[in-house]
Design a protein around this ligand. Structure first.
Ligand code: NAD
Length: 296
């Protein structure tokens, strides 16, 4: 394996999971965040993840050992001084990422490969700021990394294939299933499929074509899928769904009725999805899990 020292930049929801997954598989991980308060928060997240991993993998010892493999720094220079790979998981704002890559370019050793975990942006947006476009690509994880173990690996046209291969090998070495994307694509594979699918369900609802349960039932019965679009939207969370559709509505007025409906009927009533106990369905016993849900 060519990478030994891994730095994870940004230790929020995804960064802390990526860091833990990496340490759980034996790597020493340098965790970088903007200040000491953010790093304290990271330590809390990693401690909670230790329990999550211990329970999920039924291996307390391995999870506890992972917790010993972190170093923490709010100095980017210090955090990347010997990095073979930097995985960036900082906020999804272009300006923040551009500034980060400009700074990273000045501090990282020549050998360091940079990988972005951005969900909606593509590597070619940032390649020119990295000082090493050939060593820059995306490595995209899914939330709840320990069980949703996809790793979408995607270069931009200037990425040298040997680094894509190295990142694929690295992803395998931390227990991920690498999915190699051959051509740059906003949303990778997963969100290129999922976002239009979820959107199509919401369009049917906003037009009054059918209610959420009927739409989900149709999809589940006809395809054998375990969940329909509204059950998935409850997992994603209705605030995130609203943010996506409200952004879309700025360019495409046809999306506005969907945004209005989500806000008025769900968000304003505190129905945010599975995390709050109610969204399109009520939890912990949503109707779609009822054995009679798919019966006539
Ligand atoms: P988050 O807000 O939970 O965490 C962001 C972290 O970055 C915070 O710890 C923050 O202190 C830190 N940060 C802020 N500015 C920084 C800077 N200039 N340099 C370094 N760190 C900085 O965000 P998140 O949900 O973990 O998302 C991070 C990235 O991962 C985004 O690009 C997002 O698209 C992607 N992602 C998120 C998910 C998800 O489900 N949350 C899934 C896949 C990918």
């Amino acid at each position: 394996m060519s990478f030994k020292n891994i730095t994870v930049a940004g230790s929020g929801v995804l960064g802390s999971q990526i860091a833990f997954q990496t340490a759980f598989h034996g790597y020493n991980v340098s965790v970088y965040d903007i200040n000491d308060a953010a790093l304290e928060k990271a330590k809390e997240r990693l401690t909670i993840l230790k329990d999550t991993y211990a329970n999920y993998f039924k291996d307390e010892e391995k999870a506890a050992a992972a917790l010993e493999r972190f170093t923490f720094s709010s100095s980017l220079k210090e955090a990347v001084k010997d990095a073979d790979l930097v995985i960036e998981a900082i906020p999804e704002l272009e300006e923040i990422k551009i500034n980060f890559y400009k700074e990273l370019a000045t501090f990282a050793p020549g050998k360091t490969v940079f990988a972005s975990n951005s969900s909606t942006m593509v590597p070619s947006q940032f390649a020119k700021y990295t000082g090493r476009p050939e060593k820059f690509l995306a490595l995209h994880f899914a939330n709840e990394v320990w069980k949703n173990n996809t790793a979408e690996v995607m270069g931009h046209p200037g990425t040298d294939k040997q680094y894509e291969e190295q990142v694929i090998e690295f992803a395998k070495s931390i227990g991920m299933i690498p999915l190699h994307i051959l051509k740059e694509q906003p949303g990778y594979i997963l969100n290129s499929l999922l976002v239009p699918f979820l959107n199509a369900g919401q369009v049917l609802l906003a037009k009054g074509v059918a209610d959420p349960e009927t739409i989900d039932k149709t999809w589940m019965l006809a395809t054998g899928a375990p969940l329909g679009p509204f059950a998935i939207l409850d997992v994603v969370g209705l605030q995130t769904a609203y943010n996506i559709v409200a952004t879309e509505a700025k360019q495409n007025p046809a999306a506005q009725p969907i945004a209005d409906l989500l806000k008025k009927e769900y968000i304003d009533k505190g129905k945010m999805g599975r995390a709050t106990g109610e969204g399109f369905y009520k939890y912990p016993n949503p109707a779609f899990l009822d054995p009679d849900f798919l019966k006539a």
